[in-house]
Design a protein around this ligand. Structure first.
Ligand code: HEC
Ligand code: HEC
Length: 387
């Protein structure tokens, strides 16, 4: 005679449930914000949240409550295969926590997310030149990482689709709302008829619930504190699209000299916008500088040339310099930044009227529209066309 269960059994502890839904939230946010370049910082924030959640979940997989622990649900390939066969014949025992198949879905999701966040951090460092890794990766490495980042994101999307479909299908098959169970934490207890001895082979059930509650509380409160400190630290570091080191470099007397000599008639163009050979050529003939006489004594010329040499397109690789140089051949000698195809392409939609505005005056006035142009950064998030 079937028994109608009235009791409920706690399967998912609150940290696991909170983790699950925060992960849904931050992955969705990261996905949506990835469609627009100017939402990059939002995208990065969602990414950071995912990293925090992953760290939490991995630790919780060791110290969490019974069903949250990896050793509770991760099984070897043979058991997965056996279970899968039974599942498709609709003969699988009901398992309270993760069954062997959903266990591997969980592990795959965690691993793919780990790969996505790591490759994302490298992309950010190499391509956008921001974040704690900014110093360590080149533009090429950043681009390579971006390929992996995008590819893994598609993999994640497929996994999530299967995961959600499976949750719905299982809910119907077991006549138990699994989505609700991830909100409330409760499931109905195993029935007599559902408890073949074999079940223990697939899941240790609630036998392994011996969590060290004290340790859990230490970890949870420590975790919150560390995440808080990191958030403050990281937002400080991401305040500008420049590393602190690069900013300090720009405060140097060499930079000041350059800006006062070459930033008086027009905006002081960042050295990274032209290759070394262009600067050399320009500095060798300052008397005939675009129809003006910009003569400087030999000593000053040399000091400026040294400064340019340390920060030209070959030495100071930002997203802007990389893109500008990408379609300039080695035998070309560009003297005007504003004649480089990439520059023309990026500004073709800006009308004459805008350039005529008092607040802009000329296409050469990069700093009017690009915050941080003086430092060689042309991030999308800092472009503002003034009124
Ligand atoms: C006496 C004024 C004056 C000084 C000083 C001066 N320039 Fe110029 N520069 C000009 C003029 C004028 C142009 C052409 C502007 C135009 O076409 O609208 C120009 C154009 C340029 C361009 C090309 C910009 C583009 O993309 O069209 C570069 C690069 C440049 N200057 C670099 C320098 C450097 C480096 C120094 C310092 C050694 C310097 N300038 C000092 C007047 C000056
Ligand atoms: C009137 C405003 C204005 C001025 C002046 C201006 N830009 Fe821009 N620039 C823009 C806008 C707007 C975009 C973004 C175009 C887009 O979204 O594709 C842009 C894009 C760019 C990009 C591409 C950014 C990226 O992420 O790929 C670079 C590099 C750049 N500008 C460099 C310069 C330089 C160097 C100067 C000065 C010689 C300059 N700009 C002057 C408005 C301006």
């Amino acid at each position: 005679m079937p028994v109608t269960p009235t009791l409920k059994i706690k399967v998912w502890d609150w940290p696991t449930r909170l983790f699950h839904w925060l992960l849904v939230f931050s992955v969705s946010g990261a996905w949506i914000s990835s469609f627009r370049e100017y939402l990059l910082m939002e995208h990065v924030w969602f990414g950071h949240t995912v990293v925090g959640l992953l760290v939490f979940r991995i630790v919780w997989g060791w110290i969490g409550n019974g069903f949250a622990r990896f050793r509770e649900f991760v099984t070897g390939p043979q058991i997965v295969w056996e279970y899968a066969k039974m599942r498709f014949r609709n003969k699988a025992p009901r398992i309270l926590g993760h069954n062997p198949l959903s266990a591997w879905m969980t592990v795959s999701l965690l691993l793919v997310l780990l790969g996505i966040t790591l490759s994302g951090a490298v992309t950010l460092a190499g391509e956008e030149w921001i974040g704690p890794l900014a110093k360590y990766f080149s533009m090429e490495q950043g681009r390579f990482a971006k390929g992996i980042h995008v590819w893994l994101s598609y993999a994640l999307l497929s996994l999530v689709t299967i995961h959600v479909l499976a949750a719905f299908l299982e809910s119907f098959a077991l006549r138990e709302n699994l989505i609700l169970a991830m909100i409330s934490g409760f499931k109905r207890p195993p029935l007599e008829v559902e408890t073949p001895l074999e079940k223990d082979k697939y899941s240790n059930g609630i036998k392994s619930v011996y969590p060290d509650v004290k340790l859990q509380y230490w970890f949870l409160s420590g975790f919150v504190l560390v995440v808080f400190a990191l958030t403050v630290g990281v937002s400080f570091d991401y305040r500008t699209p420049l590393t602190q080191e690069a900013l300090a470099e720009q405060q140097s007397p060499e930079h000041q000299l350059y800006m006062s000599e070459c930033g008086s008639c027009h905006f002081g163009f960042h050295p990274s916008l032209l290759p070394h050979r262009s600067w050399e050529k320009m500095m060798s003939d300052l008397e005939n500088h675009f129809g003006e006489d910009a003569w400087l004594d030999a000593e000053t010329t040399q000091a400026i040339l040294d400064y340019l040499g340390k920060n030209d397109a070959e030495h100071f690789q930002s997203e802007a310099s990389f893109n500008l140089m990408e379609n300039v051949a080695d035998n070309e000698l560009p003297l005007r930044i504003t004649k480089i195809p990439y520059w023309l392409m990026k500004h073709e939609e800006i009308s004459e009227q805008i350039y005529k505005r008092k607040s802009v005056r000329s296409p050469l006035n990069c700093g009017a529209c690009h915050g941080y142009a003086e430092y060689g950064s042309f991030e999308d998030g800092h472009i503002r066309i003034p009124k």
